[in-house]
Design a protein around this ligand. Structure first.
Ligand code: MG
Length: 474
């Protein structure tokens, strides 16, 4: 029945085009305000999807999403660890501007008293102002106290574990790494929350991806007649790794592969729901990851493919993410773009498409990248800032990336090495950052130094939210 009605609609529309006899947009849907869905994996590496080259993880739904949409090969998260990365995505601003980063504590913990400041405007708040229904389903990690939760930051509803799934460790659980190698949900006393209430503790993590998916499908189905924004930050594949029984032994890649294949199934459920409700041509979906793979967990961690290092590092493997944008009728099918993009750009891009205004009373670090999405022009972005906490470690300008400092992501020990002059890589020739070419390009080094100096001079760094103890809020 649905197929018949869609064919009929197309026939009528095609007739209009013939009668009009002039160039008109292929799809009337282009003139409508789109819905937005962001699916955000946790610690997924650049090399962990079939469509990004993994040899033994099967991701047919993400591969189809890529075949019907656009794959980004140079798309960045705002930081190499969870909390600052998510703050950048939600605000379109570097986390160093809003206190959502720290060198001392790299993310928020259950004993943290801080969170996303009230004066920040979140993507959900900006879209809700344009009449969008909003939902957050998954890992928030921008503060677990009531004033910091999704429902206090523009989301109509929330279901999820509010921080990382390896926190709230049961002191009786096996010490150290063994707990991660044979994980059981009860080792981590993390809460599952609905809006502001804890509904389950410890959360049964074996069904967490399944339950997030069911919630996402319910939200889409119940808001199919209005504009909506669904933010779906998965708890997985952050260690400890869990999947529902249907996915046990599903992948040749072992437990990590099973988890990715369940996320792939989940993406398929979301896209199928959009198709079933004829919302596919009214919705833009972006799939991305918050940071690179957690390499110190060996086979429990993912792969950054040909990129160097992973989570926690400002090498490419820490911040360049496997990114797919999907919007049939708006975004060209099968496109692969090498233009620069960042999660910071989703705020201005989506708010503008929704008919809203990007805030002009604060510094924004994102750009409207709709020219890239819709194939109408180059990316307005030519610079990427690589922060570790409040320290600017590296800067990319065009194809060139200069590292002022380097530090391993999570390895022990992890000394900081200062580089004078900076080490320089041409990322288009050398995506693996193997060959330092600084001595051949002093002019490039000078140019990047000046860009970094101008950026720093204009920067005001507020106190860190990540260093506020819970006792300060009690
Ligand atoms: Mg993460």
């Amino acid at each position: 029945m649905r197929l018949v009605s869609r064919k009929l609609t197309f026939s009528i529309f095609a007739a209009v085009v013939v009668v009009a006899g002039r160039s008109v947009p292929l799809l009337a849907a282009q003139d409508q305000k789109p819905n937005f869905v962001i699916i955000f994996a946790d610690d997924l590496g650049y090399g962990d999807l079939g469509c990004f080259g993994h040899p033994t993880i099967r991701t047919p739904h993400l591969d189809r999403m890529a075949a019907e949409g656009m794959r980004f090969t140079q798309f960045y998260s705002a930081a190499s660890v969870c909390t600052p990365s998510r703050a950048g995505l939600m605000t379109g601003r570097l986390p160093v501007r809003n206190g959502m980063c720290s060198d001392k504590r790299r993310v928020l913990f259950p004993d943290s008293g801080g969170g996303i400041p009230a004066e920040e405007i979140t993507l959900a708040e900006a879209l809700r102002e344009q009449g969008y229904a909003t939902a957050c389903v998954g890992k928030w990690h921008l503060g677990h106290l009531p004033q910091f939760l999704p429902t206090s930051n523009g989301f109509d509803s929330y279901l999820g574990i509010p921080y990382s799934n390896d926190m709230d460790r049961d002191p009786e659980s096996p010490k150290g790494r063994p707990a991660f190698l044979t994980p059981h949900s009860e080792y981590w006393n993390v809460p599952l929350m609905r809006d502001e209430e804890v509904i389950e503790r410890p959360a049964d993590q074996t069904t967490i991806t399944k339950r997030y998916t069911e919630q996402a499908v319910r939200f889409i189905s119940s808001h199919k007649d209005e504009n909506f924004f669904l933010y779906m930050p998965h708890t997985m594949p952050h260690v400890p790794l869990f999947r529902q029984t249907d996915f046990e032994g599903h992948s040749l890649r072992g437990l990590y592969g099973d988890v990715i294949e369940e996320i792939d199934w989940s993406v398929g459920q979301v896209l199928d729901t959009l198709r079933e409700h004829d919302l596919d041509k009214k919705t833009i979906v972006v799939f991305c990851s918050d940071n690179g793979p957690w390499l110190t967990y060996d086979q429990q961690g993912g792969s950054a493919g040909l990129l160097r290092d992973g989570k926690g590092a400002t090498w490419e493997g820490g911040m360049r993410e496997p990114t797919i944008a999907w919007g049939p009728g708006r975004i060209s099918a099968g496109a692969v773009t090498q233009e620069l993009g960042a999660t910071l750009d989703l705020f201005p891009t989506f708010v503008t498409l929704a008919g809203g205004q990007v805030p002009d009373d604060r510094t924004m670090d994102g750009y409207d990248i709709s020219p890239v999405l819709f194939g109408t022009g180059p990316s307005p972005r030519d610079t990427v800032y690589y922060y570790r906490g409040p320290r600017l470690m590296a800067l990319r300008k065009g194809p060139w990336k200069a590292h002022f400092m380097t530090q391993p992501g999570y390895a022990n020990p992890r000394p900081t090495t200062k580089h004078e002059p900076p080490v320089l890589y041409h990322l288009e020739h050398d995506p693996s950052e193997k060959y330092d070419v600084a001595e051949h390009h002093p002019d490039v080094i000078d140019d990047i130094r000046q860009a970094a100096a101008a950026h720093r001079a204009a920067l005001e760094i507020p106190p860190s939210q990540l260093e506020i103890p819970l006792s300060d809020q009690n």
